[in-house]
Design a protein around this ligand. Structure first.
Ligand code: 3HC
Length: 294
């Protein structure tokens, strides 16, 4: 199926980036959030990235204007009616996602394809709640979506072959390296990455090293671009805990269980970079490790 208009639900960390890469690939994009402030913030981030690309000589001003002109923000479902592809990137909560799909199923044209950017929920649980389980797949982007090269294209038992093929051609057009992943909780990357980040917290709890030392060690010793605590703050501690809970529920293995420190930090509202505080405090000029004492 040919895609020309893409709908993105959720203008947060992932949604705004997905909207931007889609518009950069030439698609018409409608970006929806249920909160005007979050929508404005998401579109503001896109404006900032485009201005930076122009400033650095990576994009002509006219092209940046073109990209921006292809993105329309909305609080409503109506503008999704003629979308060929809808990607949801809302909170990692099954009940919320199902409510969204039920609404969109009645609005979006019958041949439109639905995709979830879920990090850990089973795609089939969402697909089966719509009247188009054959036109439903997972498209899992990585943060920041504008920069990370990978897209996991997730096939669930009901995904039709032409839907899958459309997912791959969309991924290639937005410039991503696409990998075929099965509908197994955590797909490929999070199944390996999340236990690693949780284990870094356990190593800290057990006194293996300080937050800064563990980060520095994994950067210099394993060539990771970010240490695990910087990455945890970057992904969001609330998001990581939600993924861990879902994976633990699915596999019942300790390696997927959220350590006490993570649970307490989320209860305290320390979500990482987005809330200004996580394993590091972001209120100063440079991030400083937080004395946890939890
Ligand atoms: N949005 C858009 N662009 C960004 C960005 C952001 N949030 N952060 C950085 N960039 C761009 C910058 O503009 C810069 O491009 P430019 O030099 O051409 O202007 C480029 O990326 C490099 O940025 P920096 O020089 O500031 O910093 P780094 O070289 O350290 O790169 C990074 C930043 C790409 C984020 C790098 O540190 C990295 O790869 N970190 C690991 C990220 C990662 O592992 N992500 C996956 C998380 S797991 C996930 O998303 C799955 C989910 O389900 C939980």
């Amino acid at each position: 199926m040919d895609i020309s208009k893409v709908g993105v639900c959720g203008a947060g960390l992932m949604g705004h980036g997905i909207a931007q890469v889609s518009a950069q690939a030439g698609y018409e994009v409608v970006l929806r959030d249920c909160d005007q402030e979050r929508l404005d913030k998401g579109i503001g981030k896109i404006d900032k990235q485009l201005a930076r690309a122009v400033e650095k000589g990576r994009m002509e001003q006219a092209d940046a204007d073109g990209v921006r002109g292809r993105i329309t923000g909305t609080l409503e479902a109506g503008p999704f009616a003629d979308c060929d592809l809808v990607i949801e990137a809302i909170t990692e909560d099954l009940a919320m996602k199902l409510e969204l799909w039920r609404e969109l199923d009645g609005v979006v044209k019958q041949e439109g394809i639905f995709a979830t950017n879920t990090s850990s929920l089973a795609v089939i649980d969402q697909a089966a709640a719509t009247g188009r389980p054959d036109r439903f797949l997972g498209l899992h982007f990585f943060n920041p979506a504008q920069v990370m090269p990978l897209l996991e294209v997730v096939q669930t038992v009901t995904t039709a072959e032409d839907t899958l093929a459309t997912g791959f051609s969309f991924g290639e057009r937005v410039g991503k390296l696409t990998v075929h992943a099965k509908d197994k909780t955590g797909f490929i990357v999070n199944r390996l990455l999340v236990p690693f980040m949780l284990d870094a917290i356990r190593a800290y709890e057990e006194g293996a090293g300080s937050i800064e030392q563990i980060d520095a060690a994994m950067k210099a010793g394993a060539n990771h671009p970010m240490g695990p605590f910087t990455l945890l703050d970057f992904v969001g501690l609330d998001t990581t805990k939600a993924i861990a809970d879902i994976m633990f529920d699915e596999y019942r293995e300790r390696r997927f269980a959220a350590p006490p420190t993570l649970r307490k930090m989320v209860s305290a509202g320390w979500y990482g970079r987005k809330s200004g505080k996580g394993f590091y405090d972001y209120s100063g000029e440079k991030p400083l490790p937080v004395e946890l004492g939890l």
